[in-house]
Design a protein around this ligand. Sequence first.
Ligand code: NAD
Length: 322
Amino acid sequence: MKRILVCGAGGFIGSHLVRQLKNDGAWVRGVDIKNPEFEESAADDFIRGDLRDPSLCARVFDLRCDEVYQLAADMGGAGYVFTGEHDADIMHNSALINLNVLEACSRSGAGRVFYASSACVYPRHNQNNPDNPQCAEDSVYPAEPDSEYGWEKLFSERLYLAFARNYGLKVRIARYHNIFGPRGAWKCGREKAPAALCRKVALLPDGGTLEIWGTGEQTRSFLYIDECLEGTLRLMRSDFSGPVNIGSEEMVSIDRLAGMILNIAGKTALLRHVPGPEGVRGRTSDNRLLREKLGWAPVRPLAEGLALTYAWIREQAERDKI
Ligand code: NAD
C-alpha cells in the first residue's frame, strides 16, 4: 500500500485530495494547522500542527512516504492577497513552510514531492490585455508577478527545482489557475471570485443589485476541483517535473461569470461595479505544454462546476440563516 503525506490537508484542495487518495486505496497522513472546515478528514492519520515549526516537521516526516503533496500555504483570494495588508505574513509563512517541508522530504527520503505553485507567478506585463493574456510556462521570466504571493511561489518553485538538482529529489510542480468547487472558502475573506459571487447571488433578492469589484471586464479561467485533482495525480505519476499549468482555457470576464451564476440561480440583477482589488487585467491557462507532456487537459465546461458549487454555497448560506 502506498504511503502518502498531504501537507495542507485541512484546506480546500488538500481535503479533496485526501479523499481521492483514500478512494484510490492509499494510506494517507494529513497535516494542517487547522481541521477541514466542512467535513471530517478522510486521512488515516491527521496531525494538527504548524509546518513553520521544524520540530513539527520532524514528527510529521518520521516515516518514509512514497508521495508528498505540499499544498500548505498562507493564501486567499484577491481580498486577501492584493490589498497589501498580508504581504509579510504571506511571504514569511509560506517560505518557512516550503523550506521546512523540503528539508524534511530530503532527510526522510520521500519518493516524489508535488508542489502547488500558482498562475500568480506570471508577469504582470503579459496580462494587461484581457482578451489575450500570455501564460505559457516559459513566459514567466523576466519575472514580474503582481503580488508578493506570486513572488513567494516563484521563489519556492526554484527551491524545489534546486533540491531536485542538488539532492536528487523527484519533484513535480503545477501552476494552478483558480481552482473552485464545493467545500472551499466562501465567506471568510479568503474566498475567490466564483465562491464570492455564488454567495452574493445566493443572498440576493431577485432583481437586486450585485456588487462586482472593479470594471467586471477583467478576465480569468476557473478549474473545477475534480479536474484539478486529476491533473495533479497525472502529473505526479508522470515523468515530467514541470512547472506546468493546471487550469482551464475557458476564459470569461468577471461580469460574464456573474451572469452565468445568476442564470444558474434563476435570478436577475443589476450589476454595480465598485472599487476593489482586481489583480491583472486578464489571465487564462495555456495548456499546450500540459497536453504535450501528459496527453491530457481539462475539458469540463465552467457552467457545470459552477452549478455544483452554487448549490453547495446556497445550502451553506441557508443553513447560516437558521
Ligand atoms: P487553502 O487555504 O484552503 O489550503 C491551504 C492550507 O494550508 C490551509 O488549510 C491552511 O490551514 C494550511 N496552512 C497554512 N499555514 C499553515 C502552517 N503554518 N502549517 C500547516 N498548515 C498550514 O488553499 P487551497 O485553495 O486548498 O490551495 C492549496 C494550495 O494550492 C496552496 O499552496 C495554494 O497557494 C495553491 N493554489 C491554489 C489555487 C486555488 O485557486 N485554490 C490557485 C493557485 C495555487
